[in-house]
Write a protein that binds this ligand. Structure first.
Ligand SMILES: [Zn+2]
Ligand SMILES: [Zn+2]
Length: 372
């Protein structure tokens, strides 16, 4: 019953019945067999208008009242190595983990209890463009192993929708601190030759200060991925969530995978509050008068909090080198890159050796006239 209802939402080509794939270059669904092109909204059966991007109230998140599931039949591949799980709208035959390249992946039903994504940014960068960025990046690296470039050609780059939570909020923050004001005193001293001289010495006068800061935040991003490190993802930002998000429709996922979130709503909200506090702390630090300050304390109150669960496009090339996994990422919206790669010990060793030899040569050349 449930499977049948879900089946009708599958993206089949009206011409030949094959599965349609969302094409990043067209921003439409394309049939790989008969080349038919279909607008995403056209597949919205029953004539429903395309969904809007909705900001939801915090209570809905914390009381688990939000809609769940992806709205289409999905199977998931869970990686035993890194733990990431990717849901696919269709049967997938490839058994490699997008995030770590491991082939110890197990099939299971997609978790239908997860909160449904509210919105997403469709892929705008094509796989070919992402692959070109990877080769370009690998070519630009210094002191890396020789066979890295060969591996970069061999390894696949894969596109996946990564899960994120976004939070909007107004922060009202009271702060108190001690402001420091510098002043200079002329002091006399005796120099190394026994003469009396004067110099200016800096002192600081401390005074209590306090103030108030209001910050309005739109779409603070919290990454909910298991397969991607937070550090690498932060380099990929920004995503233009305020202008480029579209309402979630399952047809955007056709031909792509979506990672199931590993950071749940409550944990994401904890992280969100910490990030708001960090932003407010630096904003208040800017407000403290004086030449310097110490003992800054803030007390923040958040209001008008709303959230969204959205999917953002990422290309991942995961490759192994000496049994360690390295990742290269491309922002699927903007093309911004972020990556990690091994260093070659010997290349660095010989470069350092060459520098030392040059220095030694230079010194011996300089000293040689005095030797004679
Ligand atoms: Zn077709
Ligand atoms: Zn993995």
């Amino acid at each position: 019953m449930q499977a049948e209802a879900a089946k009708s939402k599958r993206c089949d080509c009206p011409g030949c019945g094959a599965t349609l794939i969302f094409a990043a270059d067209l921003q439409k669904l394309r049939c790989e067999y008969c080349d038919a092109e279909i607008e995403v909204d056209k597949l919205n059966k029953g004539g429903d208008p395309p969904p809007n991007v909705v900001e939801r109230a915090l209570t809905e998140l914390l009381n688990s009242e939000a809609a769940t599931g992806y709205g289409l039949p999905t199977q998931a591949l869970q990686c035993k190595q890194c733990g990431a799980a990717i849901s696919y709208p269709d049967k997938v035959t490839s058994g490699k983990c997008t995030f770590c390249g491991s082939d110890t992946v197990v099939e299971r039903a997609a978790n239908s209890q997860l909160i449904r994504p509210e919105s997403l940014i469709p892929f705008k960068v094509t796989k070919e463009q992402a692959g070109a960025k990877f080769s370009e990046w690998v070519g630009s690296l210094w002191f890396r192993p020789n066979n890295l470039k060969a591996m970069a050609r061999v390894n696949e780059i894969g596109g996946v929708y990564a899960p994120f939570w976004t939070f909007d909020a107004q922060a009202d923050t009271r702060w108190s601190a001690e402001s420091g004001y510098h002043y200079y005193v002329t002091e006399e001293f005796t120099n190394s030759e026994g003469k009396r001289e004067t110099r200016q010495v800096q002192h600081t006068r401390w005074e209590p200060s306090s103030g108030y800061h209001t910050g309005n935040y739109d779409d603070l991003l919290i990454c909910a991925s298991k397969g991607l490190s937070e550090a690498l993802v932060r380099v990929l930002e920004p995503y233009n969530t305020t202008t480029q998000l579209v309402g979630y429709q399952s047809s955007y996922l056709s031909g792509w995978g979506a990672e199931e979130y590993a950071v749940g709503p409550k944990e994401a909200w904890d992280k969100g509050q910490q990030r708001f506090e960090q932003h407010e702390y630096s904003a208040c630090a800017q407000q403290v008068p004086g030449d310097t300050h110490r003992n800054l304390n803030i007390s923040m109150k958040l209001s008008r909090v709303t959230w969204k669960h959205c999917l953002l496009p990422v290309y991942v090339a995961a490759y192994r080198y000496n049994d360690k996994v390295y990742r290269f990422l491309v922002n699927g919206e903007t093309g911004k890159v972020s990556g990690e790669a091994p260093y070659s010990f010997w290349k660095i060793f010989f470069a350092v050796l060459a520098v030392i030899m040059l220095v030694v040569l230079f010194l011996s050349f300089k000293q040689s006239p005095s030797v004679r």
